[in-house]
Write a protein that binds this ligand. Structure first.
Ligand code: FPP
Length: 260
């Protein structure tokens, strides 16, 4: 059994407003599909990679802001298992970005008590990417502030397939009974087993789809879509998303104010 770092429970709306922003209830886990880097660059007659580079700066900005707000986990979709089909030069650039980001900002992340983690197929990443990410994970492993969780070479279906295989093996070996295969059992075999599920999902750039991102974990998550392109996304955009989230009525399939 794995123990979750955090409860699934939401803070209650009557808790005092957040001292920093007065926003009130802050989602514990925010997941973001960072989209629109290419369009941002094309609009400026720049190569697509310029958009990714600018997007990296947004990662820094939003990480700082989320940490200041008291968000516990920020999961960022940085590279999907499908992104390998992009032109070689773009893929190579994207695989260098974690190195540049962490090479530049790791001291700041350490100072701000941020813990870096990744979820995805780590072993298939280029060695230089693995090295940069591993160093950041090692140096921040004891930090107790925001968990900055990069989805890197991540695909949700692959994640679920891998979980199902592990469960099937455990059943075959007699370590699990078929009756033991519950919601909780499946969740405990996913890459997010140590995290609470996202409270809020944000996707930028006007696209309204999940693109193979956290399909299991988003079952009860509130979604917020914006036309803003990721390089233009800023603190005010995150505040707006949180304010919308605060007005949502999360019922988890039940009825408001009624329980058995
Ligand atoms: C989607 O935009 C974005 C990506 C595939 C890459 C996201 C990566 C970053 C924002 C930088 C990551 C930074 C670190 C530190 C790892 P797109 O290229 O699909 O944009 P488009 O839809 O406008 O073409």
């Amino acid at each position: 059994m794995f123990k979750k770092l955090f409860s699934q429970k939401q803070s209650q709306p009557d808790e005092a407003d957040h001292p920093l922003t007065g926003l009130g209830l802050i989602p514990e886990h925010i997941a973001i599909i960072m989209d629109g880097n290419g369009r941002w660059a094309t609009k400026r007659s720049l190569p697509r990679i310029a958009g990714h580079h600018e997007g990296m700066k947004t990662v820094r900005k939003i990480t700082r802001h989320a940490n200041d707000l008291g968000v516990k986990v920020l999961t960022l979709y940085a590279f999907s298992t499908e992104n390998w089909t992009r032109p070689k030069k773009e893929v190579e650039f994207l695989m260098r970005l974690p190195e540049e980001f962490l090479g530049t900002y790791l001291p700041e992340l350490v100072e701000r008590n941020v813990r870096v983690q990744i979820m995805g197929d780590f072993d298939s990443l280029p060695t230089h990417t693995q090295r940069a990410v591993q160093k950041a994970m090692d140096e921040t492993k004891d930090n107790t502030g925001l968990i900055l969780n990069f989805a890197l070479n991540y695909g949700s279906r692959a994640e679920i397939v891998q979980a199902m295989k592990a469960i099937a093996h455990a059943v075959k070996q007699g370590k699990l009974e078929p009756e033991d295969v519950t919601d909780q059992c499946i969740a405990e075999h996913l890459m997010t087993k140590h995290l609470m599920e996202p409270d809020l999902l944000i996707r930028t750039s006007g696209e309204v789809r999940l693109s193979n991102f956290m399909l299991w974990q988003l079952a009860y998550t509130e979604f917020w879509f914006t036309d803003v392109l990721w390089p233009d996304f800023d603190e005010a955009c995150l505040n707006e998303a949180i304010q919308v989230f605060q007005k949502r009525n999360r019922r988890y399939g039940g009825l408001e104010g009624e329980s058995k």
